[in-house]
Ligand binder design. Structure first.
Ligand code: HAM
Length: 419
């Protein structure tokens, strides 16, 4: 049994996970992002310095055999900051980087929450203007739209950490109480009002007025971001909401969290601007922003919506070895076809009918029957869905025949007429 909070991925689960990853990569590429990665194990202080108290209490940390304090990464952002600050001169700004790390947090496992998850991270580094914030939010929206989700399904709750920093400045909230203040707002939705009021003290009434009526509080940054999203036709996907401040310590500007409209699950994604993290970590003054989207909450939502990963688009062929005497020729042909198509065959002799049955069970598109005709360079190709059967010459003819079947598979998938 896997450890509590950790998942096994049987082939179906892997197919589902990989289909999610494929979509993530596809959308990131369409926005011009390039992929990077880092080690799952990092020096402990990378996270204790920067991630904020909540994540630190959830760390998987230990001493390694060299007596070093290490931790499994609970998030990717400090690693990204480390990578960028170490070699920032090598890259043209702004950087648009993405990654799909597995991350580890010692949380209490429940629906949508485990002790490991995969997290799609997209970050823009070296751009201070709000155009980058708009682009990033458009990207998070388009990522979810790529799975067929629409504005009825999810909402991006937009907020501004700087708004609260300005508020704390105006009210002279002492430096050492600011993190607790932000945390109280972050938790305010999940806690009874009295409890939040206790934490906020004399500022409670004023804070609640803002939380209850977002329109009453001004943020030029959010006005600009909302206008930018409107130009792109994405206004129905966002809602201003000052309760969102993000639990992590490093955010400085526009922040957001994405929720399922039914409001039942935890956030699908979260992120925002963190303009001072690279300076604090590596003494490199570069503005930055990004988001993380977990595979668990998204996966649950997609399962609810009955989204299923698309079948392998490569044509799948099954070799029916009707006469064992010709197995060597069958193998030679199978090897050749595997440059282009997926090919399977029975490992041991079995009845022809049984082989056809296996072909169906394996989800193959065609059966290629091998018998003595192979000596004349001919095979029988049977399309399993239609039962159509034809004799085809091996070589160019067979290649063309199978390529056409594959093309039609794509056409059917895209709802286009057959070629
Ligand atoms: P985060 O809000 O801590 O942000 O996590 C991002 C997403 O990861 C969450 O919205 C949720 O879907 C998923 N997630 C977090 N913890 C768990 C868990 N225990 N089990 C399942 N899913 C989980 C960050 O980690 C930031 N580093 C994101 C970021 C990137 N900010 C800037 N760049």
């Amino acid at each position: 049994m896997a450890l509590t909070g950790f998942r096994d991925f049987y082939p179906d689960d892997c197919a589902f996970r990989n289909a999610i990853f494929a979509k993530w990569r596809d959308v990131a590429h369409r926005y011009g992002f390039v992929e990077y990665d880092g080690p799952p194990l990092e020096p402990l202080d990378l996270f204790t310095k920067k991630s904020g108290q909540e994540i630190v209490t959830q760390l998987y940390n230990f001493k390694d055999k060299g007596d070093r304090d290490v931790a499994l990464r609970p998030e990717m952002t400090p690693t990204l900051a480390r990578l960028v600050t170490a070699r920032h001169r090598d890259f043209k700004k702004p950087l648009k980087w993405f990654s799909i790390p597995q991350v580890y947090r010692y949380e209490r496992p429940q629906k949508g929450r485990g002790r490991e998850h995969y997290q799609f991270n997209c970050d823009i580094i070296g751009e201070a203007g709000l155009e980058a914030d708009i682009e990033l939010i458009a990207l998070v929206i388009d990522t979810l739209r790529a799975f067929g989700l629409v504005e009825k399904d999810f909402v991006v709750r937009l907020s501004d950490r700087q708004f609260w920093t300005d508020f704390m400045n105006a009210k002279s909230v002492p430096e050492d109480q600011r993190y607790a203040f932000i945390q109280a707002i972050d938790k305010s939705e999940r806690e009874p009002r009295e409890k939040t009021a206790e934490k906020l003290g004399p500022l409670a009434a004023e804070v609640f007025a803002i939380l209850d009526d977002a329109a009453s509080a001004k943020s030029e940054r959010l006005d600009t971001v909302e206008a930018g999203l409107k130009y792109r036709g994405l206004q129905d996907y966002v809602k201003r909401d000052y309760t969102v401040v993000r639990g992590l310590a490093y955010y400085t500007g526009v922040v957001f969290e994405v929720f399922d409209r039914s409001g039942e699950s935890r956030a699908i994604a979260g992120g925002g601007r963190y303009d001072t993290l690279l300076k604090n970590l590596g003494d490199v003054d570069l503005p930055a922003l990004g988001f993380g989207m977990g595979d668990m909450v998204l996966g649950d939502l997609l399962k609810e919506k009955k989204w299923s990963p698309k079948d392998l688009m490569t044509l799948k062929a099954y070799f029916v070895v009707a006469d064992e005497a010709f197995r060597p020729q069958a193998m030679a042909l199978a090897q050749e076809l595997r440059y282009f198509f997926s090919v399977e065959y029975p490992f041991s002799p079995s009845k022809v009918g049984k082989q056809f049955q296996t072909a169906e069970e394996r989800g193959c598109d065609v059966a290629i029957v091998i018998d003595q005709q192979i000596n004349e360079g001919v095979v029988e190709v049977k399309v399993l869905a239609t039962r159509e059967q034809s004799k085809v010459k091996t070589g160019v003819d067979l290649m063309e025949n199978l390529s056409k079947l594959e093309l039609n598979k794509h056409h059917r998938e895209a709802g286009l007429p057959e070629a």
